[in-house]
Design a protein around this ligand. Structure first.
Ligand code: APR
Length: 234
């Protein structure tokens, strides 16, 4: 992999699994006990806001008990030391990349530690419960909702992500099943623009067929090794 300058990295729930946060489609999948359509759609929120708020309250509260793992820290080191362009696109709504120190980072599915006003669109940093109907501090016209992209809603940062993919020399996918679009299609976009595509995952994914190379194993082992390798070649 010579003359790599611009890197795009996509992460999914698998990179946070070793920190103790459940993935979505694994044996202990996060959806256990909840059907996706019961908690992660605008219709579910309209139908039963307290159920949806409580689902996210539990996930937000769980963040206090977990720490970034060596995979998050290795990507933060790459963020500090990589001389070229770098964009870390995470599907995760946890704050582990942020706490590890990654800055060239976008949360395409939103963030648990943020609340969104459905009326004015203002985002507010939020650490506690949203169940009791907190009015928007900016417009006071509506109760805040989780700042999470639900099924049927548009992911965030789409234009910035597409621009980065168009210029990438290397696309690395870490800890994602390749089950949900548009993220699942990013490897194809990157390859269309000539990027080398590398997958680091615990097991083969729905997207493995699109990668030049797939390395199977836990992210906390594979990611630090890969960061060492790519920085040595920089
Ligand atoms: N190291 C590396 N990969 C792992 C590890 C680990 N320790 N543990 C699990 N994985 C892999 C699994 O093999 C699986 O391929 O991580 C992937 C997790 O897949 P999902 O649970 O489907 O999570 P993700 O791909 O992030 O889901 C995408 O779907 O439900 C929506 O919005 C939600 O952002 C989420 C999106």
């Amino acid at each position: 992999m010579d003359d790599i300058r611009n890197i795009v990295i996509l992460t999914g729930a698998g990179i946070s699994a070793e920190s103790g946060l459940a993935t979505f489609r694994g044996p202990d999948g996060l959806w256990e006990g909840h059907r996706v359509e019961d908690v992660c759609t605008p219709e579910a929120f309209a139908r039963d806001p307290d159920l949806v708020q409580t689902f996210y309250d539990m996930r937000r509260a769980a963040l206090a008990g977990v720490e970034p793992n060596p995979a998050h820290h290795a990507l933060a080191r790459l963020d500090r030391e990589w001389p070229g362009e770098l964009l870390l696109v995470t599907q995760n709504v946890d704050d582990l990349h942020d706490r590890a120190g990654s800055t060239r980072l976008v949360h395409m599915h939103g963030e648990l530690k943020s609340a969104l006003c459905p009326a004015c669109g203002q985002r507010t940093a939020w650490e506690s419960s949203l169940v009791d109907g907190h009015a928007c501090p900016a417009c006071n016209a509506a109760a805040l909702r989780p700042d999470i992209v639900w099924f049927g809603e548009m992911p965030y940062h789409m234009e910035r992500i597409e621009r980065a993919l168009a210029g990438a020399d290397l696309f690395v996918s870490i800890g994602t099943s390749g089950a949900v679009y548009p993220a699942a299609g990013y490897v194809q976009t990157a390859r269309y623009h000539g990027a080398h595509a590398l997958e680091l995952n615990l097991e083969p994914s729905a997207g493995s067929v699109w990668f030049h190379e797939s390395r199977m194993g836990p992210a906390s082992e594979l990611v630090p090794l890969w960061v060492d390798e790519v920085l040595r070649a920089a």
